[in-house]
Design a protein around this ligand. Structure first.
Ligand SMILES: Cc1cc2nc3c(=O)[nH]c(=O)nc-3n(C[C@H](O)[C@H](O)[C@H](O)COP(=O)(O)OP(=O)(O)OC[C@H]3O[C@@H](n4cnc5c(N)ncnc54)[C@H](O)[C@@H]3O)c2cc1C
Length: 370
């Protein structure tokens, strides 16, 4: 998992699937056929590639009109990030509810049996079982498969959504606190309240090109409900980098140090912090480790200083700066006295992400021009 590999994938996507993206992106041809989407999410999740450069490359290669649907999808990622930053309870509640639901698995054999069949792909539901297997085997699923899977998990198997989100977060190579938690909440009818995503057999047949034809789905379920939606809080302000020498701490939420807004600071030391969500697979750990190593090597070349192991005293008496880590394992593990720098992309977009997506969507032309 390196930036070069991400750049290669980006060029291949723009040369091949890019022009057909708007028409083909909802079709899931399965793991044995070329993808209809870019499969750049593991790189974007770690910011080995930035949203800004991917959106700009798509616009330059395809033209603004043809790239619009792709750029809008990239902004879904930004939207979820901004929304979670301003609704942190969606994450903290998820963490504690997922722990409660995992405890239930130990004490409720009926729930445990259904859960174990679901994660092992042994429910007998066509499609669902294949997606459970693909996720475990590859660490990735097409967006439509994620929607169908989550909907069947919640409404047909009647499993707690938090356990599904936890299963995804452990396995997905792009596993992301904001996109994952809020997408599961959206499927459940909690994010857009009262409007669940309903998986329908006809839709699955059509968009898997008849590879899957599930029977017995609950196609007209009631949405889940919660007493209080997560409260909105003001966006926490970012810091500015001081002028003069600083120590730069990298983490897996932002691994393009070359484009960090360090202003008049001079990076004199570098280190990297590795933090994962609970229980992630070795594949995810490996990808995080490789991505961080790649970014440290690039940062060392770019700033002209060696990377030091992350341990007490690594920064000497220099102020430590870091890229803003959105809510999640990196943010929780960062030393409290770091100066946290926010990229322009996030600073402009996140204030527009407090409610639904469409406010941000309307601003995309202005944001892209900026
Ligand atoms: C239940 C569920 C859980 C999800 N969990 C995650 C997750 O943990 N991490 C994650 O990155 N995405 C998640 N998604 C969103 C989406 O499925 C993936 O981002 C997308 O499938 C990645 O494939 P791609 O790179 O080929 O996307 P493309 O279609 O090529 O889109 C380009 C980029 O835009 C962003 N993007 C596209 N669609 C979405 C979307 N619906 N929401 C947010 N960002 C999007 C991604 O960064 C993606 O790489 C989830 C969706 C659902 C329904």
């Amino acid at each position: 998992m390196t930036r070069d590999a991400g750049l290669e994938r980006l060029s291949a996507f723009l040369a091949e699937a890019g022009t057909a993206y708007a028409q083909a992106r909802n079709t899931d041809r399965g793991p044995d056929e070329p993808a209809t989407t870019s499969v750049l999410s593991p790189y974007l999740r770690r910011r080995l590639l930035t949203e800004a450069e991917v959106a700009a490359a798509a616009t330059a290669a395809l033209g603004a009109e043809a790239a619009a649907s792709y750029v809008s999808e990239v902004f879904w990622r930004t939207y979820f990030k901004g929304h979670l930053e301003t609704h942190p309870e969606a994450w903290t509640r998820y963490l504690s509810e997922a722990a409660d639901q995992r405890a239930r698995l130990a004490s409720e054999p009926g729930l445990r049996r259904t859960y174990e069949k679901a994660v092992a792909g042994r429910t007998g539901i066509d499609g669902f079982d294949a997606w459970a297997g693909d996720l475990a085997a590859t660490g990735w699923l097409h967006n439509h498969a994620r929607m169908w899977f989550a909907s069947i998990w919640i409404f047909t198997l009647r499993l707690p959504w938090q356990l599904g989100a936890d299963f995804f977060l452990r396995h997905l190579l792009d596993g992301d606190p904001a996109s994952n938690t809020l997408s599961w909440r959206w499927v459940a009818g909690l994010h857009t309240r009262g409007k669940p995503y309903r998986a329908r057999a006809e839709n699955i047949r059509r968009f898997t090109e008849d590879r899957h034809d599930p029977a017995g789905l609950d196609e007209d379920p009631s949405p889940l409900a919660e007493a209080m939606p997560p409260r909105e809080v003001p966006l926490r302000p970012a810091d500015a980098a001081p002028d003069g020498p600083v120590a730069l701490l990298l983490h897996v939420d932002d691994l393009h140090p070359e484009s960090l807004p360090v202003g008049g600071a001079r990076v004199a030391r570098i280190s990297g912090l590795l933090a994962h969500a609970e229980g992630v697979t070795d594949r995810v750990r490996g990808a995080d480790g490789a991505a961080l190593a790649d970014a440290l090597a690039r940062a060392a070349a770019h700033f002209g200083c060696e990377a030091a192991p992350f341990r007490d005293g690594w920064a000497g008496d220099l102020p430590v700066v870091t890229a803003w880590a959105p809510l999640g394992p990196s943010a929780a593990a960062l030393p409290p006295d770091c100066l946290r720098l926010r990229r322009d992309w996030d600073a402009r977009a996140w204030p527009l992400a407090t409610r639904g997506f469409f406010r941000l969507k309307r601003a995309i032309p202005d944001l892209m021009a900026a």
